[in-house]
Design a protein around this ligand. Structure first.
Ligand SMILES: Nc1ncnc2c1ncn2[C@@H]1O[C@H](COP(=O)(O)OP(=O)(O)O)[C@@H](O)[C@H]1O
Ligand SMILES: Cc1ncc(COP(=O)(O)OP(=O)(O)O)c(N)n1
Length: 266
C-alpha cells in the first residue's frame, strides 16, 4: 500500500494543542506520514501565547528543501507563517518542487489575541500563497481581514464572502463559522460551482484551542490519501467535531481538543 505523505509548514505550540504539534497528531490519526517545517517557535500554553520566536528564512528554506528534495509530499498545509519573507519563500519552494495539493490556513491571531502574522504579511498571503492554494480555510475574523470588511454575521453573509474569497485565487474556500453565535457550528464550502453547508451542533466547551489547525490538517491528510476535496472537507469536519466533543481539559485555560477522538469514539 502506498504511504500517504502530508507536510505542515507552521509554528510550534509548546502546549501541544495547535500548530505543528496538532498537525502531526492529526496526520498520524488519519494514517498519513507527517513531515514538518517549523516557521516559528511559540512559548504557549492553555492560558495564551507568552512569546513568539520566528525562525530565519534560511532555516525555513533548509527545512523545505530537506523534506521536499528527499521525502516529497502528496499534500501540504500552511499555518502560522509569521512574515512576508517566509510566505514568499514557502510559495517559491512549493512551486519549485511541484506540490500539487495545498491547504492554506491563513492563521493571523491566536484566540487570546496574540498576533501570529505580521501586519504587512497579509498582502503576501494574498498575492503569493492563495493563487497556488487548493483550499483556503479562514475563520470569520481572518475572512474579514482578507476582504477588508468589518463583519460577517450569518450564513447568508458567509455565502457572499466565500464568493469574494474565491476571487483571491484559491480553487476552493472553506469559510469556518465557529466564531458566529448560535446553536450550530456551520462551515461553508464553495468551489465556484456549489455551496456545501457543513453543520454540527455547537458543543458547549471551553476547550477549542487549535481547532482551525486540526481541521486543516485533517483535510490535508485526506487529500494526501487521494480523497476528493469535498470528501476531505467532510471528513475534516467529522474529525474536528469528535475532537472538540472529547476535548481534554489539560492546563488552566482554553485546553486542546482530543486528536484521538475520531479513531476512538466514532
Ligand atoms: N463549540 C464548537 N462546537 C462545534 N464545532 C466548533 C465549535 N467551535 C468551533 N467549531 C468548529 O471548529 C472548526 C474551526 O473553528 P473556528 O473557531 O471557526 O476556527 P479557528 O479555530 O481557526 O478560529 C470549524 O469546523 C468550526 O465549525
Ligand atoms: C503555533 C500556532 N499556530 C496556530 C495557532 C492558532 O491556532 P487555531 O487553530 O486558530 O487555534 P487558536 O489559537 O485560535 O485556539 C496557534 N495558537 N499557535
Amino acid at each position: 500500500m502506498k504511504l500517504a505523505k502530508a507536510m505542515t509548514v507552521a509554528g510550534s505550540d509548546s502546549g501541544g494543542g495547535a500548530g505543528i504539534q496538532a498537525d502531526l497528531k492529526t496526520f498520524q490519526e488519519l494514517n498519513a506520514y507527517g513531515t514538518s517545517v517549523v516557521t516559528a517557535l511559540t512559548a504557549q500554553n492553555t492560558l495564551g501565547v507568552h512569546g513568539v520566536y520566528p525562525q530565519s528564512a534560511a532555516c525555513v528554506e533548509a527545512q523545505l528543501d530537506a523534506v521536499l528534495a528527499d521525502i516529497g509530499v502528496d499534500a501540504a498545509k500552511t499555518g502560522m507563517l509569521f512574515s512576508a519573507e517566509i510566505i514568499a519563500l514557502t510559495a517559491d519552494k512549493l512551486k519549485q518542487y511541484g506540490v500539487k495539493q495545498l491547504v492554506v490556513d491563513p492563521v493571523m491571531i491566536a484566540k487570546g489575541g496574540a498576533p501570529l502574522l505580521q501586519r504587512d504579511a497579509v498582502q503576501a498571503l494574498k498575492e503569493r500563497l492563495l493563487p497556488i492554494a487548493t483550499l483556503v480555510t479562514p475563520n470569520i475574523p481572518e475572512a474579514c481581514h482578507l476582504l477588508g470588511r468589518d463583519q460577517i454575521h450569518d450564513v447568508e453573509q458567509m455565502r457572499e464572502a466565500s464568493c469574494r474569497l474565491l476571487e483571491l485565487g484559491a480553487k476552493a474556500v472553506l469559510l469556518k463559522g465557529g466564531h458566529l453565535e448560535g446553536e450550530t457550528a456551520v462551515d461553508l464550502f464553495y468551489d465556484g460551482h456549489s455551496f456545501i453547508e457543513l453543520a454540527h451542533p455547537r458543543i458547549h466547551t471551553l476547550h477549542t484551542h487549535g481547532t482551525g489547525c486540526t481541521l486543516s490538517a485533517a483535510i490535508t491528510a485526506e487529500l494526501a490519501k487521494g480523497a476528493s476535496l469535498e470528501a476531505a472537507v467532510r471528513t475534516g469536519k467529522a474529525f474536528i467535531s469528535a475532537a472538540i466533543a472529547h476535548a481534554v481539559g489539560v492546563g488552566k485555560g482554553i485546553g486542546p481538543t482530543c486528536h484521538a477522538a475520531y479513531r476512538l469514539y466514532r
